[in-house]
Design a protein around this ligand. Structure first.
Ligand SMILES: NC(=O)c1ccc[n+]([C@@H]2O[C@H](COP(=O)([O-])OP(=O)(O)OC[C@H]3O[C@@H](n4cnc5c(N)ncnc54)[C@H](OP(=O)(O)O)[C@@H]3O)[C@@H](O)[C@H]2O)c1
Length: 254
């Protein structure tokens, strides 16, 4: 392990995919990691065991990030064990409809917007008191390139994540004076995630076109995204806020 700080990092939706890779990397960098999960109890426990086997520290906590009471209970459990949360990585993937606007109901589009923003709002509210009290904090929201670059059938996800990104920038402005940084990591398509395994989102022909359009010649792995998160979460990364790290191998450049 390098750079041991003992900072406590909460990673939401850390049972699989990007969240799991992020939890592993932050632990390897010396943070105590809270592995939040919804249903993947075994995966979360296995992840904690793997982190501990390599000398890191982690705990798994079940909580639905759409439920305020569950979030508050999770934060209380962490406080009892380790004190407050210093680093928030909000990564949990709230389900959404994959379909054209013309087939979409307001319940589907509005429901995704509401759930995405409510989860981000509630998780952030719950962790902020410790960060503001100590005058130090790191917040990273996981977004997607689809927030800027539309793709067919992804209007619910792309629109909700665009709202999340602007929310992050407002927080960056408000929380900067308290030495809390707020940044966004926006991946392109990531392999070894549930979304990548959904044939209607990620069929082979589509994947081949995406790889061909990527200068670095492959799609992202969860670990690639974790690198950007760890960069923002680092103890000594003190002067970047309101910014976006794009993790897409150069597939689009902006
Ligand atoms: N995959 C991609 O290509 C891609 C690209 C760009 C951005 N992203 C973003 O990256 C983030 C992670 O996505 P992923 O692809 O790694 O997803 P994933 O493999 O499906 O994992 C998502 C995790 O979120 C958890 N989760 C879902 N609903 C939750 C809730 N209500 N409360 C707590 N946890 C919840 C799940 O927990 P359980 O397993 O316990 O149910 C799961 O472990 C998302 O924000 C997504 O939008 C993904």
């Amino acid at each position: 392990m390098t750079g041991v700080t003992g900072r406590v990092a909460l990673v939401t939706g850390a049972g699989s995919g990007i969240g799991a890779a992020t939890a592993r990397l932050l632990a390897a960098r010396g943070m105590r990691v809270v592995v939040n999960y919804l249903r993947s109890s075994t995966a979360a426990q296995d992840l904690v065991a793997g982190i501990e086997a390599t000398g890191g520290r982690a705990m798994a906590v079940q909580a639905d990030v759409r439920e305020v009471a569950a979030i508050e209970d999770m934060v209380r459990q962490v406080q009892a064990a380790w004190g407050g949360i210093d680093v928030l990585v909000h990564n949990a993937l709230i389900p959404y409809a994959v379909k054209p606007f013309q087939d979409m109901t307001w319940e589907e589009l509005g429901g995704k917007l509401d759930a995405e923003m409510h989860a981000a709002f509630a998780v952030t509210k719950a962790v902020l008191p410790t960060m503001t009290g100590q005058g130090w904090g790191r917040i990273v929201y996981i977004s997607t390139g689809l927030s800027r670059q539309p793709r067919e059938n992804m209007i619910a996800l792309g629109t909700a994540k665009a709202a999340l990104e602007q929310f992050a920038r407002y927080l960056a402005q408000e929380l900067g004076p308290q030495s809390i940084t707020v940044n966004i990591v926006a991946p392109g398509p990531v392999e070894d995630t549930r979304m990548a395994r959904m044939a209607d989102v990620f069929d082979d022909a589509h994947k081949q076109r995406q790889v061909a359009a990527t200068p670095l010649g492959r799609l992202a792995h969860p670990g690639d995204v974790a690198q950007a998160v760890a960069f923002y979460a680092a103890e000594d990364n003190a002067f970047m806020t309101g910014s976006t790290a794009v993790v897409n191998g150069g597939m689009s450049m902006y």
